[in-house]
Write a protein that binds this ligand. Structure first.
Ligand code: MLT
Length: 208
Protein backbone atom coordinates (compact mmCIF):
# COMPACT_ATOMS: atom_id res chain seq x y z
CA UNK A 1 0.00 0.00 0.00
CA UNK A 2 1.17 3.58 -0.60
CA UNK A 3 2.22 6.17 1.94
CA UNK A 4 -1.43 7.21 2.26
CA UNK A 5 -1.96 4.00 4.22
CA UNK A 6 -3.20 4.12 7.77
CA UNK A 7 -1.86 1.86 10.49
CA UNK A 8 -4.62 -0.73 10.61
CA UNK A 9 -5.76 -4.23 11.43
CA UNK A 10 -7.49 -6.46 8.92
CA UNK A 11 -9.32 -9.66 9.76
CA UNK A 12 -10.69 -11.69 6.84
CA UNK A 13 -14.31 -12.84 6.68
CA UNK A 14 -14.95 -16.24 8.19
CA UNK A 15 -17.79 -16.99 5.77
CA UNK A 16 -19.18 -15.34 2.66
CA UNK A 17 -22.34 -13.26 2.68
CA UNK A 18 -21.74 -10.72 5.45
CA UNK A 19 -20.63 -7.18 4.54
CA UNK A 20 -17.10 -6.09 5.48
CA UNK A 21 -17.03 -3.59 8.35
CA UNK A 22 -14.90 -0.45 8.46
CA UNK A 23 -14.31 0.09 12.18
CA UNK A 24 -13.66 3.70 13.23
CA UNK A 25 -12.68 4.28 16.86
CA UNK A 26 -13.34 7.24 19.16
CA UNK A 27 -10.83 9.82 20.43
CA UNK A 28 -7.90 8.12 22.17
CA UNK A 29 -8.71 4.73 20.68
CA UNK A 30 -6.78 2.72 18.13
CA UNK A 31 -7.10 -0.01 15.51
CA UNK A 32 -7.68 -2.67 18.18
CA UNK A 33 -10.54 -0.94 19.98
CA UNK A 34 -13.59 -1.92 17.96
CA UNK A 35 -12.57 -5.39 16.75
CA UNK A 36 -14.58 -6.97 19.59
CA UNK A 37 -17.60 -4.79 18.80
CA UNK A 38 -17.32 -5.65 15.09
CA UNK A 39 -17.35 -9.38 15.92
CA UNK A 40 -20.37 -8.97 18.18
CA UNK A 41 -22.27 -7.04 15.50
CA UNK A 42 -21.43 -9.31 12.57
CA UNK A 43 -19.35 -12.37 13.54
CA UNK A 44 -18.51 -13.57 10.00
CA UNK A 45 -17.61 -10.17 8.46
CA UNK A 46 -14.17 -9.06 7.31
CA UNK A 47 -12.96 -6.27 9.61
CA UNK A 48 -10.90 -3.31 8.42
CA UNK A 49 -9.85 -1.14 11.33
CA UNK A 50 -7.60 1.90 10.75
CA UNK A 51 -6.06 4.12 13.41
CA UNK A 52 -6.86 7.84 13.14
CA UNK A 53 -3.83 9.84 11.97
CA UNK A 54 -4.40 13.02 13.96
CA UNK A 55 -2.97 13.22 17.47
CA UNK A 56 -4.61 15.36 20.15
CA UNK A 57 -2.33 15.37 23.21
CA UNK A 58 -1.15 11.94 22.09
CA UNK A 59 -4.68 10.61 21.50
CA UNK A 60 -5.44 9.34 17.99
CA UNK A 61 -8.41 10.90 16.18
CA UNK A 62 -9.67 11.00 12.61
CA UNK A 63 -9.62 14.82 12.25
CA UNK A 64 -8.62 17.95 14.17
CA UNK A 65 -11.02 19.82 16.41
CA UNK A 66 -10.78 23.32 17.81
CA UNK A 67 -12.75 22.42 20.96
CA UNK A 68 -15.13 19.64 22.00
CA UNK A 69 -17.81 19.56 19.34
CA UNK A 70 -16.15 22.36 17.31
CA UNK A 71 -14.42 20.90 14.29
CA UNK A 72 -11.64 22.12 12.01
CA UNK A 73 -13.81 21.56 8.94
CA UNK A 74 -11.01 21.97 6.43
CA UNK A 75 -9.26 19.13 8.20
CA UNK A 76 -12.51 17.08 8.30
CA UNK A 77 -12.72 17.37 4.51
CA UNK A 78 -9.06 16.54 3.93
CA UNK A 79 -9.06 13.57 6.30
CA UNK A 80 -12.32 12.13 4.97
CA UNK A 81 -10.89 12.14 1.44
CA UNK A 82 -7.68 10.53 2.75
CA UNK A 83 -9.65 7.84 4.60
CA UNK A 84 -11.73 7.24 1.48
CA UNK A 85 -8.53 6.69 -0.52
CA UNK A 86 -7.31 4.25 2.11
CA UNK A 87 -10.55 2.24 1.90
CA UNK A 88 -10.29 2.09 -1.90
CA UNK A 89 -6.70 0.77 -1.65
CA UNK A 90 -7.52 -1.66 1.14
CA UNK A 91 -10.43 -3.07 -0.89
CA UNK A 92 -8.01 -3.86 -3.72
CA UNK A 93 -5.35 -5.28 -1.43
CA UNK A 94 -7.71 -7.51 0.56
CA UNK A 95 -10.29 -8.16 -2.17
CA UNK A 96 -13.30 -6.99 -0.17
CA UNK A 97 -16.60 -5.34 -1.14
CA UNK A 98 -17.50 -1.79 -0.12
CA UNK A 99 -17.73 -1.84 3.68
CA UNK A 100 -20.38 -0.74 6.12
CA UNK A 101 -18.76 1.79 8.47
CA UNK A 102 -19.17 1.23 12.20
CA UNK A 103 -18.02 4.41 13.91
CA UNK A 104 -18.11 5.51 17.53
CA UNK A 105 -17.95 9.19 18.53
CA UNK A 106 -15.08 10.78 16.57
CA UNK A 107 -15.13 7.67 14.35
CA UNK A 108 -18.88 8.11 13.76
CA UNK A 109 -18.27 11.74 12.82
CA UNK A 110 -15.65 10.87 10.19
CA UNK A 111 -17.98 8.13 8.91
CA UNK A 112 -20.73 10.75 8.50
CA UNK A 113 -18.22 12.97 6.66
CA UNK A 114 -17.27 10.03 4.40
CA UNK A 115 -20.96 9.50 3.55
CA UNK A 116 -21.29 13.15 2.58
CA UNK A 117 -17.95 13.56 0.77
CA UNK A 118 -17.14 10.09 -0.62
CA UNK A 119 -20.52 8.28 -0.68
CA UNK A 120 -19.30 5.65 -3.16
CA UNK A 121 -16.78 4.32 -0.61
CA UNK A 122 -19.35 2.94 1.86
CA UNK A 123 -22.20 0.46 1.48
CA UNK A 124 -23.85 1.92 4.58
CA UNK A 125 -23.03 3.03 8.11
CA UNK A 126 -23.72 2.46 11.77
CA UNK A 127 -23.14 5.80 13.48
CA UNK A 128 -22.82 5.55 17.26
CA UNK A 129 -23.14 8.99 18.98
CA UNK A 130 -22.49 10.93 15.77
CA UNK A 131 -22.78 14.69 15.19
CA UNK A 132 -23.11 16.83 12.05
CA UNK A 133 -19.50 16.86 10.78
CA UNK A 134 -19.72 19.81 8.35
CA UNK A 135 -21.75 23.00 8.64
CA UNK A 136 -22.00 23.39 4.87
CA UNK A 137 -21.85 19.89 3.39
CA UNK A 138 -21.96 19.23 -0.36
CA UNK A 139 -25.18 17.79 -1.78
CA UNK A 140 -24.40 14.09 -1.55
CA UNK A 141 -26.25 11.36 -3.47
CA UNK A 142 -26.71 8.50 -1.03
CA UNK A 143 -29.09 6.56 -3.28
CA UNK A 144 -30.85 4.51 -0.59
CA UNK A 145 -27.75 3.54 1.41
CA UNK A 146 -28.81 2.22 4.82
CA UNK A 147 -27.69 4.20 7.89
CA UNK A 148 -28.35 3.32 11.52
CA UNK A 149 -27.88 6.33 13.81
CA UNK A 150 -27.89 5.55 17.53
CA UNK A 151 -27.88 8.57 19.84
CA UNK A 152 -27.88 8.92 23.63
CA UNK A 153 -30.70 10.87 25.23
CA UNK A 154 -28.35 12.02 28.02
CA UNK A 155 -25.27 12.49 25.82
CA UNK A 156 -23.32 15.49 27.20
CA UNK A 157 -21.33 15.84 23.95
CA UNK A 158 -24.03 15.50 21.28
CA UNK A 159 -27.18 17.65 21.75
CA UNK A 160 -30.43 15.98 20.62
CA UNK A 161 -30.97 18.76 18.07
CA UNK A 162 -27.59 17.99 16.48
CA UNK A 163 -28.21 14.26 15.97
CA UNK A 164 -31.72 15.02 14.67
CA UNK A 165 -30.16 17.43 12.18
CA UNK A 166 -27.70 14.77 11.06
CA UNK A 167 -30.56 12.30 10.50
CA UNK A 168 -32.37 14.88 8.35
CA UNK A 169 -29.21 15.79 6.43
CA UNK A 170 -28.55 12.14 5.56
CA UNK A 171 -32.18 11.36 4.64
CA UNK A 172 -32.34 14.50 2.47
CA UNK A 173 -29.26 13.15 0.67
CA UNK A 174 -31.16 9.92 -0.06
CA UNK A 175 -29.99 7.60 2.74
CA UNK A 176 -32.45 5.18 4.39
CA UNK A 177 -31.92 6.43 7.92
CA UNK A 178 -33.05 4.57 11.01
CA UNK A 179 -32.49 6.96 13.96
CA UNK A 180 -32.98 5.70 17.50
CA UNK A 181 -32.43 7.67 20.70
CA UNK A 182 -31.46 5.42 23.61
CA UNK A 183 -31.80 6.21 27.32
CA UNK A 184 -28.00 6.41 27.73
CA UNK A 185 -25.11 8.92 27.59
CA UNK A 186 -22.13 9.09 25.22
CA UNK A 187 -20.77 5.65 26.13
CA UNK A 188 -21.88 2.53 24.29
CA UNK A 189 -24.40 0.19 25.89
CA UNK A 190 -25.60 -3.36 25.35
CA UNK A 191 -28.61 -1.87 23.52
CA UNK A 192 -26.25 -0.41 20.88
CA UNK A 193 -24.77 -3.84 20.22
CA UNK A 194 -28.16 -5.55 20.00
CA UNK A 195 -29.70 -2.90 17.74
CA UNK A 196 -26.63 -2.80 15.49
CA UNK A 197 -26.54 -6.59 15.18
CA UNK A 198 -30.24 -6.82 14.30
CA UNK A 199 -29.99 -3.91 11.88
CA UNK A 200 -27.01 -5.30 10.00
CA UNK A 201 -28.75 -8.67 9.75
CA UNK A 202 -31.83 -7.08 8.18
CA UNK A 203 -29.87 -4.61 5.97
CA UNK A 204 -27.89 -7.60 4.70
CA UNK A 205 -31.03 -9.62 4.10
CA UNK A 206 -32.49 -6.72 2.09
CA UNK A 207 -29.32 -6.40 -0.01
CA UNK A 208 -29.19 -10.15 -0.76
C1 MLT B 1 -15.40 14.75 18.02
O1 MLT B 1 -14.47 15.49 18.31
O2 MLT B 1 -15.43 14.08 17.00
C2 MLT B 1 -16.52 14.70 19.01
O3 MLT B 1 -16.39 15.75 19.92
C3 MLT B 1 -16.57 13.37 19.68
C4 MLT B 1 -15.33 13.10 20.47
O4 MLT B 1 -14.38 12.62 19.91
O5 MLT B 1 -15.33 13.37 21.68
Amino acid sequence: MTETAFIHRFEPATSAGSPPLLLLHGTGGDENDLLGLGKMISPASALLSPRGRVLEHGMPRFFRRLAEGVFDEEDVRRRAIELGDFVVEARKQYGIAAPVAVGFSNGANIAAALLLLRPEVLAGAILLRAMVPLSDPPKAELGGKPVLLLSGQADPIVPASNSAKLATLLSDAGARVDHKVLPVGHQLSQADVTLARNWIGSANAQAA
